[in-house]
Design a protein. Structure first.
Length: 420
């Protein structure tokens, strides 16, 4: 999730590391209006869809199918940069001016609270009720990420999520089943890390992200169960950080250090994003662990989501059409296109067991991964997310480094995450 990854791994393409939560791609620096040739008439209403570049056929196929199925609207894809920070600023500049140049927008999960809080997005609760759409039909963490002050502003475009990877050739079948069910705690994980470290030449029990950056906010979200128990979560992270089976430089670990430790056979357990599985399955340089020896499980409190959401510009002159497109793109047909043609994870839950979708996403064949997708959680939803995340990172890292000032650190983090 480096710096708000914009690229989510297309899991069926083992060499692809495209579009995960918050990475950047310098090869795309200008937005452009791209759309396929069609036979639409001039009487149709044009909808502008601002979304990042897609190196798979999925987004174009999604738009083409929507345009094919309706006669009233014609969606045009305004292809944005894959640099998350640039895309954020470009959208913000447009929205803050009151512009209606975009009708539908793809948003990083951490932008929804900011844009909703500023009054730039239209709530969709009434539309959902009118069309009998239930929040439970969609990825839970993605829905929570787009819910601000009790109102729903987004539907999932494609989710990403935190996972627990483990060595199936080391962990007992009984413990593996417990992990895959998700019915275990961080204390249980600690005990397993102690138990198995040293087996099959491993020397790390559990690798995860603790450097002072966005990844620390994500990991603390998971340890604290979305900040329901800040003190307990911090204490547990500190317990892992000081364990004998944990690398001494764990407070400098990001995703790269984590996947290296696991894929090179050093770690028994590792917390990371789905892209790490793609590296192992694709036998990337340095990978020594066989994919056959890799297990996947939910994290104890659920994995924090990354990925992207679909929203409606409040200034849009075509709000009705914007909703029709979002409903299609986030629904069963649209999500099936994104999953089968792009390898993206579906945000529409009914597709998790669809045979075509599972064939395009190798991880969906894992029971633990299926369970993880059902138990996702969200980072804080705030109109000033960057400030909130900075407060979490600075204070959490301070405590994890020193082991002192827990009460003060917990208080500051609690105040930051509850502020609106």
């Amino acid at each position: 999730m480096k710096s708000f990854k914009t690229k989510l791994i297309a899991l069926s393409l083992v060499s692809s590391l495209a579009l995960v939560g918050c990475n950047s791609d310098s090869g795309s620096d200008k937005s452009k209006d791209t759309s396929s040739k069609d036979t639409k008439t001039s009487e149709q209403i044009v909808l502008k869809f601002a979304a990042q570049n897609d190196n798979t056929p999925a987004t174009k196929a999604l738009i083409d199918q929507f345009n094919k199925e309706n006669k009233k609207y014609d969606v045009k894809w305004v292809e944005m940069t894959n640099d998350s920070a640039q895309m954020h600023d470009q959208l913000l500049n447009s929205l803050s001016s009151g512009s209606s140049e975009y009708d539908v927008m793809s948003l990083d999960v951490v932008w929804a609270g900011e844009f909703a809080g500023a009054g730039y997005l239209s709530p969709i609760d009434v539309n959902m009720q009118k069309d009998s759409l239930q929040k439970e039909d969609y990825n839970a963490g993605s829905m929570a990420s787009g819910n601000y002050k009790g109102k729903q502003y987004t539907l999932p475009f494609f989710p990403d999520l935190g996972l627990l990877y483990f060595r199936k050739d080391i962990v007992s079948k009984e413990d593996a089943a417990k992990l895959e069910s998700g019915d275990y705690t961080y204390d249980d994980l600690y005990a397993m890390a102690q138990k198995y470290t040293g087996k099959n030449n491993t020397n790390i029990g559990f690798a995860y992200q603790s450097k002072q950056y966005e990844g620390l906010t994500v990991n603390l979200t998971e340890f604290t169960n979305s900040y329901k128990d800040v003190t307990g979560g911090l204490e547990m992270m500190r317990k892992f950080a000081t364990a004998k089976f944990t690398p001494k430089n764990i407070l400098n670990y990001m995703e790269g250090e984590t996947h290296t430790a696991f894929e090179q056979g050093k770690a028994v357990f590792a917390r990371n994003w789905p892209y790490a599985f793609g590296r192992i399955k694709g036998k990337e340089d340095g990978v020594t662990v066989s994919v056959d020896n890799v297990g996947i499980a939910p994290l104890p409190n659920g994995g924090a989501v990354g990925g992207w959401l679909l929203s409606i510009n409040k200034a849009s002159k075509n709000a009705e059409g914007a909703w029709e497109f979002i409903k299609f793109a986030a629904g069963e047909e649209g999500q099936k296109i994104m999953s089968t043609q792009g390898g993206y994870l579906p945000g529409y839950n009914a597709l998790l067991t669809n045979d075509e979708v599972k064939a395009a996403n190798a991880m969906l064949g894992y029971t633990g991964f299926q369970n993880a997708l059902k138990e996702t959680i969200a980072r804080p939803v705030s109109p000033d997310y960057s400030k909130v995340s900075d407060t979490i990172q600075v204070n959490a890292h301070k405590y994890l480094s020193s082991g002192t000032g827990l009460e003060d650190v917990a208080k500051k983090i609690e105040e930051a995450t509850k502020a609106e």
